[in-house]
Ligand binder design. Sequence first.
Ligand code: F6R
Length: 611
Amino acid sequence: MCGIVGYIGNRNSQEVLIEGLSKLEYRGYDSAGVAVFTDKGLEVKKAKGRLANLESQLQDSPLKGTIGIGHTRWATHGKPSDVNSHPHLDDTHKFSVVHNGIIENYATLKEELIGRGHVFVSQTDTEVISHLIAEEYKGNIVEAVQRAVRKMRGAYALGVLTEYEPDKLIAVRNASPLIIGVGEGENFIGSDIPALLNYTRDIYILNDGEMAVLTRDGVELLTLEGNFISRETFHVDWDLTTAEKAGFDHFMLKEIHEQPKAYRDTMSARISEDGKRVVLTPAEFGLSKEEIKDIHNIHIVACGTAYHAGLVGKSVIEKLARIPVETDVASEYRYRSPIITKHTLVIVVSQSGETADTLAALREAKKNGARVLAITNVVGSSVAREADFVITTWAGPEIAVASTKAYTTQLIGFYLFGLYLAETLETQTPEVIAETIAAMKALPEQVEAILTQSDDIKAIAEEIAKHEDLFFIGRGLDYAVSLEGSLKLKEISYIHSEAYASGELKHGTLALIEDNVPVIALATQEDLLEKTISNIQEVVARGGHIIGIGEDGNPDFSRHVNHLFTIPRTLSLLTPALAVVPLQLLAYYASIARGNDVDKPRNLAKSVTVE
Ligand code: F6R
């Protein structure tokens, strides 16, 4: 996803921009560029591919100046290329723009601008913005930007420079993330906090419909109508080193290993001292008992891995609180005319809190009178700010594109929430609630135990990496985890895999099973074990090679598989928080065996802020 950085101060801006962009690489991108005021005016350099390509251009011919904007692009309109990379200029080369988002009416605007004599060089929607601002400029850049954005429809975070007012950097936000960093004699813009953390910890978070005017000496926040906004800065107290690899070969492996801590952090303040109750603050879920009783149904809406967490969430809430739950992929939700009433609670799940489809679903839910609870990992994200209640997953920054600790802490979020509802609605006895909490508290150590067996998984992964197709099967919660295991494997190893509810295989897909096709069979649900074993037999009879994931000490299961990996015993409801860990490792080591870029898989972005 596109990343923006901007600088105004006295340092060599090229260095600040490259450093900031390198911290945004995790978002995924296909090209990068910078614009800097030099003694020749606004100069732009851009390059398709990795940031290193741009860096080597800048090493050969540096851009000397103390004000600039930079961008990493993830293509939406127009293929990845030098010319489509940002920053974009108008045709007088006096205005330069970086943009994250999509301008929905860009085609009409472009046609009108061409009609008035503007000449375009790229296929992007963004180039329209620099031309529009240039056309609206009557001696005041702030007013020109305000007039230009009034003509635009869509999502945009913008950084704007003009040669006519070389002591100003303009930032605008509408439906795409943008923050302002405040320094001494210098100020910054960025798509997120890590981009600025080397320089400042004092941040303004821009809201939709707001802009900022940065000079060396200060920052003014304004509405797009020009009214001044007074706001306190937000002081960031987490360290950049938490966002670095800490000795692991890849961010993904580091993040897999951070799960025990992430589980503890997400649970700690939310479990009463006696370990018998879940405690949520009013900001986390502030409905009264009467209001909770008035919830008739719950919709869980999310994308990708977060959607898979939602599938587990559905079972957890239905089992613990006996409220009917539907789980939807966010990009489908709005378009199926879901029945949302004021008795509906909508839970949106999003690591980044910026996923466009999830945000749109949240807005649809609110428009229809539902209350919205967000389970998200990013404080101050769009989802967090727009929801009525927020349960933050304290996973810490997740850099690898493939989500691991964000997913598992989303599961913890659902367990906590399900227990909170159960206790309020008295659908479970205090004993069951206390027993579940005790089992949850054991999860971090159990994950640590699984991680000590990583070498076993590595050996299996190296075998799997030789295949092009494989299957995951499971029943109940094991099926939900299979879907996540299959997605993880696909996205980083590029091995084709499908996840099936075990009982569904014989309704068609069994035709694909032949000698040595690997099938990863999850069997952690004790009450479903017999049935799962029957399905495994169907696969074995056709020559399939079974890799079983079961619970410790289950001899029944071990007799039916070619390889067995076991996880420590826990309550059936909690097994997803353990069973997914070997599947994460499997995907990781299969990706390594195939020589892939684990942390930045092809075609994917960390934060998907377009629909
Ligand atoms: C896969 C992955 C994605 C995200 C999805 C939603 O590993 O990370 O499937 O889960 O793009 O992103 P968030 O959770 O940021 O809304």
